[in-house]
Design a protein around this ligand. Structure first.
Ligand SMILES: Nc1ncnc2c1ncn2[C@@H]1O[C@H](COP(=O)(O)OP(=O)(O)OP(=O)(O)O)[C@@H](O)[C@H]1O
Length: 373
């Protein structure tokens, strides 16, 4: 079984705490993505799972076995890094077979594993080439192939696409997704700082936050399906990190708590959020959040002056100057007719609003229209 469990995992480098209280359950066959801002400990966590770094606290299990003290080579794990590290004097075939030599496998078995991996990664026609005769994307596929032929229980990827150009990234991302579907018994853990990779590849996203030293929050800000993090961010950090452009936030105080909504007074206006008000009191400080794509441009009781326009073809980002505070917000609209300097009406629909308490924790939303929101 390739079930991976982390319990209360901690990592310090000297006196610096880098990972705190990491509890994680990665199921057999799951594709799990670690994402988070630079320096939050993604690679360190991956290296701990690989056995290249020792945790300073907590337990790590692969299957039923506690592997804290098990050598990397005995963990049945393969790792693919950002740099491909192929042997330049060997062909694709030789590079891929290299790691199998010391396993004393029969020649037929090696051949069969090579053929299967080459086919899965679209490398069959390139087997006789040397790395210098390959594109970056092809080299990265060889590096993945070299890992596949070992038939590991767990695959670890550390930003494998970050050296590729935009078009190749998209292509190779699709290859990796297909690879995952063709290897249902292999668990995959993938580190990236690219949200699109995280959202499109992951069965599960683990969003890590950098530790501030001032609070004792754990490193993991939220774990869940990509759409769960998008629609139901557990706290303000997750809400601000997932989604591009980032969510707009407004500080305010609770004015009224209704059955399934909360009215909030913000500087320059009053807004409503369809959230449960349990635990809130009138006058409590809160933060409201709305994603640019959920602002309805064209009608409504609010208005904003277009200070900047970003027309991207399928949609346009409007940077609006409003009477709310903070005054500037970003709206995403399919409209192409909006002009710079124009004043547009807009609505901040209550059902699309997120509400966070003074600690930054989200209140449960009561009217999420996931298909349309
Ligand atoms: N060997 C080390 N000794 C001391 N500090 C380290 C060591 N390795 C990493 N760190 C520190 O630990 C923190 C986490 O590093 P890590 O590389 O895991 O972050 P990351 O989330 O993968 O970042 P990035 O997205 O920039 O690659 C950083 O502050 C880094 O400087």
């Amino acid at each position: 079984m390739s079930h991976i469990q982390l319990k209360g995992l901690q990592k310090k480098f000297g006196d610096t705490l880098v990972l705190s209280d990491v509890d994680l359950d990665i199921k057999h066959g799951e594709f799990c993505v670690f994402i988070g801002p630079s320096g939050c400990g993604k690679s360190t966590l991956l290296r701990i799972i690989a056995g290249l770094e020792a945790p300073t606290g907590g337990d790590l299990f692969i299957g039923e076995t506690r592997v804290n003290d098990v050598l990397p080579a005995k963990r049945d794990i393969a790792m693919v890094f950002q740099s491909y590290a192929l042997y330049p004097h060997m062909t694709v075939e030789e590079n891929m077979a290299f790691g199998l030599r010391h396993l004393n496998l029969p020649a037929g078995e090696i051949e069969q594993r090579l053929a299967t991996a080459a086919q899965a990664l679209n490398l069959t026609n390139l087997l006789k080439r040397k790395p210098k005769e390959l594109s970056g994307g092809q080299r990265q596929r060889v590096a993945i192939g070299r890992a596949i032929v070992r038939k590991p229980k767990v695959f670890l990827f550390d930003e494998p696409l970050s050296n590729l150009d935009a078009a190749l990234r998209v292509k190779t991302r699709v290859e990796i997704a297909k690879l995952h579907h063709s290897l249902p018994d292999v668990s995959m853990i993938y580190v990236t700082h690219d949200q699109v990779e995280a959202m499109t590849l992951g069965d599960k996203i683990v969003l890590l936050r950098p530790l501030s030293g001032q609070d004792d929050l754990p490193s993991v800000a939220q774990v869940g399906h990509p759409l769960e993090l998008y629609h139901h961010p557990a706290n303000r950090f997750v809400a601000g990190f997932i989604g591009s452009p980032a969510m707009n936030f407004f500080e305010g105080t609770v004015r009224a708590i209704n059955l399934s909504s909360v009215e909030v007074a913000v500087a320059g206006g009053e807004l409503s959020a369809s959230v449960e008000g349990a635990g809130l009191t009138e006058g409590a400080p809160v933060t409201l959040g709305i994603r640019p794509e959920h602002i309805q441009v064209g009608s409504g009781n609010l208005s904003g002056k277009v200070m900047h326009l970003e027309p991207l073809g399928e949609h346009t980002y409007l940077h609006l100057q409003t009477s709310l505070s903070p005054a500037s917000l970003i709206a995403k609209t399919p409209r192409e007719d909006v002009k710079l300097g124009e004043t547009v009406a807009f609505t901040l629909p209550a059902h699309a609003m997120h509400l966070f308490d003074a600690k930054g924790d989200a209140h449960k939303r009561t009217a999420v229209q996931e298909a349309t929101v």
